[in-house]
Design a protein around this ligand. Structure first.
Ligand code: ZN
Length: 269
């Protein structure tokens, strides 16, 4: 069983417009090729012809029971209708979590303006995911996406379940401390590479992830994710395979932790 907690259907080749249906078909085909049973699709903090809204994604995945939606939230650009819509989706179980993009947008995770969203996530018991570490775009401001800032949020909201995306890369040490210290913080290993891992980079990252587990303990906090289509699914599974961990620990990372955290009913897959 494999659950990928971090995929996108944004069109990153902005010279052409791909339909949402085409993007979802490509995702599903790539999942089948790689024996991935379930994926979470993360919507963006901005909406345009290349980046579908949460509503568009929720409607487009109806009937595809191997996909779930995590709703991208902008720190500023929403109104009372958006809050109500997301609240309703949460109430009906149509979205599995909320995703924030510090770094891409200039705010720290423990920003009081986001209180309404965090309270909503606690009430419906869904995790909040944070972009963390390097920004894909040079226009990002990485002081906001440093994983250490997650600690403030984790302490102030002990009932909030938080995911540090990309293990805060390159600040993996800071991420491991925040995860180790706070019971309510998880991390996903997505987006460590653009495309395929080179052999050298795979060796480097293998050491980093193994160190994290040595320090922070049994990987009950670690989630498998790729950031597809930015990272290649096949190369990511090969990377997972190289980690020197027992099968039980690998299963925790590959699907068990995600199934519990996002309440994914694996008996229906
Ligand atoms: Zn991503």
């Amino acid at each position: 069983m494999i659950i990928d907690v971090h995929t996108h259907i944004n069109n990153y080749h902005e010279d052409r417009v791909a339909s949402l249906e085409d993007c979802l078909n490509l995702l599903t085909e790539t999942m089948i090729e790689n024996k991935v049973d379930y994926s979470l699709v993360l919507s963006s903090y901005k909406v345009n012809e290349h980046r579908p809204s949460t509503k568009q994604v929720v409607e487009a995945i109806k009937g595809r029971n191997n996909l779930g939606v995590v709703s991208g939230i902008s720190y500023l650009n929403y109104n009372h209708r958006d809050i109500r819509e997301i609240g309703e989706y949460l109430e009906r179980g149509l979205i599995k979590g909320l995703k924030f993009y510090p770094g891409y947008e200039p705010f720290y995770p423990n920003d009081t303006r986001l209180k309404v969203w965090y309270e909503m996530a606690i009430e419906y018991d869904v995790p909040v995911m944070f972009h963390s570490g390097d920004t894909y775009a040079p226009t990002g401001k990485v002081k906001y996406s440093h994983p250490l800032h997650i600690d403030d949020l984790a302490v102030d909201y002990p009932d909030l379940k938080i995911v540090i995306c990309h293990v805060g890369n390159p600040w993996i040490r800071d991420c491991m401390e925040v995860v180790y210290k706070n019971q309510n913080v998880y991390a996903d290993i997505s987006g460590l590479v653009l495309g395929d891992f080179s052999e050298k980079f795979e060796r480097f990252m293998k050491k980093e992830i193994e160190e994290m587990i040595t320090y922070a303990g049994d990987p009950n906090y670690l989630l498998y994710g790729t950031d597809w289509p930015i990272s290649n699914m096949k190369s990511y599974l090969k990377f997972m395979d190289q980690l020197e961990l027992s099968d039980d620990k690998k299963d925790r990372i590959l699907w068990k932790n995600a199934a519990e955290l996002f309440k994914i009913d694996v008996t229906k897959l």
